[in-house]
Design a protein around this ligand. Structure first.
Ligand SMILES: [Zn+2]
Length: 219
């Protein structure tokens, strides 16, 4: 199975991808997407319905802000979630994800342009998966640091597109030997994923800015 577990639809204000477009692309390319909007889960019902209609599985998740003293100091993607998790200090986010049997994946932890993770060492024991490659991370050194942190702390790694537009879907993904999502989950936490890593062209960040201003959309 090919899993791209960090993806935003147009329910996230900085993405333009329609849910239907995303799932059609996923189906065509044999990808399983995790829906991980920024601090909301309002796209889940739409994805649930479309996933049935199109016959493609979806992992339900959310990209959750880690907050300290009113500032965002990192982001955690909760995967296999059943309900919304609100932005909170790291310990609380990990607890909320684990309380609903979800997996906590720390994303782009060293990307100083996108909420690098404060005091990551302190959270190491609570991390289920570490995003060692993010297609949207501009500087290779930031991805490299994530990879090295995962290695040093023996954390299972993933690679994801963090897609905000249709062309980015599946730019990076984690491949596991599995037939079901349950098996995939087991393989992931054993650290058995093979990472397929491709960087998105730098222009995707312009797309994000334009999407925020509502200047472009997915047809
Ligand atoms: Zn994201």
């Amino acid at each position: 199975m090919k899993l791209d577990m960090h993806f935003h639809s147009n329910y996230s204000p900085d993405s333009i991808t329609l849910p239907k477009t995303a799932l059609k692309i996923a189906k065509k390319n044999g990808l399983t997407l995790a829906v991980t909007e920024h601090n909301i889960t309002s796209s889940w019902p739409v994805f649930k319905k479309l996933s049935k209609e199109l016959g493609v599985e979806v992992i339900f998740g959310e990209e959750i802000k880690v907050m300290e003293e009113g500032k965002c100091v990192g982001e955690i993607v909760g995967l296999f979630l059943k309900e919304f998790v609100k932005p909170a200090p790291a310990a609380e986010v990990f607890e909320a994800v684990h309380a609903q049997a979800g997996l906590a994946m720390v994303v782009h932890p060293f990307d100083i342009f996108r909420h690098d993770f404060r005091n990551l060492e302190q959270s190491a024991k609570k991390i289920d998966l570490l995003e060692a490659f993010n297609s949207r991370t501009v500087l290779d050194s930031h991805n490299k640091k994530a990879f090295e942190f995962a290695q040093k702390n023996k954390l299972p790694m993933t690679a994801n597109s963090d897609s905000h537009s249709p062309n980015e879907i599946g730019m990076a993904y984690s491949q596991v030997e599995a037939n079901t999502l349950e098996e995939a989950r087991r393989e992931l936490i054993k650290g058995h994923a093979k990472l397929v890593t491709r960087k998105s062209p730098i222009a995707v960040h312009l797309t994000t800015q334009l999407a925020k201003m509502n200047l472009i959309k997915d047809e």
